[in-house]
Ligand binder design. Structure first.
Ligand code: ITT
Length: 197
């Protein structure tokens, strides 16, 4: 099956290719299909934004599409950056956005957070399907590690024995992350669908 990843985030695209290619899917980025589109994320929830991104690419291509709206919710920052994770406080670089979170939590011992991933899969018939993954953890006191992307150097998941995601092997994130959990639900859906045909 051919599927287009409706994203311009190279970190996400790499993760989807690593997950889907070994399963026999032909995975294309927007760039590989010459689709120059950066959908405005005007939704109020991860769900709404995931649907907006997937639908825009489906309308252009009529191919199977996967979009991913994801982000980090920090409890002591009232759930911020949330759906604004990619543009937190209008800061331009991932490093500045990570620093803003560390600064926001300066002196705080309550550092609970979670990554959220909403996948919208649109099938050949144009039907939308949503899958959610949540990865609980805490925010580190300083950056550590260089794997992954985005907030990985400051996120310590519950299952990583105190290490940031960026300092764990890439295979750990592929198996445990918010994205991995949402992908597992999508795969279950696709397997059930194949069985019922
Ligand atoms: P697309 O909309 O083109 O896919 P984007 O980066 O704008 O790319 P989002 O709106 O979903 O995507 O924002 C997600 C942001 O949340 C992303 O830029 C990271 O800063 C952060 N994020 C999401 N998943 C992450 C992960 O697995 N590791 C680290 N940070 C992550």
């Amino acid at each position: 099956m051919q599927v287009i990843i409706a994203s311009n985030n190279q970190g996400k695209i790499r993760e989807y290719k690593d997950i889907f290619a070994p399963l026999g899917f032909e995975v294309f980025s927007q760039g590989e299909k010459s689709i120059e589109l950066d959908v405005e994320e005007t939704g109020r929830t991860f769900e709404e934004n995931a649907v907006l991104k997937a639908q825009a690419i489906y309308d252009l291509t009529h191919s199977c599409v996967i979009s991913d709206d994801s982000g980090l919710e920090v409890e002591a920052l009232n759930g911020e950056p949330g759906i604004y994770s990619a543009r937190y406080k209008g800061l331009q670089t991932e490093h500045e956005r990570r620093k803003a979170i560390l600064d926001g939590l300066k002196g705080a011992s309550y550092r609970k957070a979670r990554f959220i991933c909403l996948i919208c899969f649109i099938d050949e018939a144009g039907q939308q399907h949503l899958f959610k993954g949540v990865w609980p953890g805490t925010i580190a006191y300083e950056e550590e590690g260089s794997n992954g992307f985005g907030y990985d150097p400051i996120f310590i998941s519950e299952d990583s024995q105190g290490r940031t995601t960026a300092s764990m092997p890439i295979s750990f994130k592929e198996e445990h992350s918010h994205r991995a959990k949402a992908v597992k639900k999508l795969m279950e859906y696709l397997e059930n669908k194949a069985e019922s045909l």
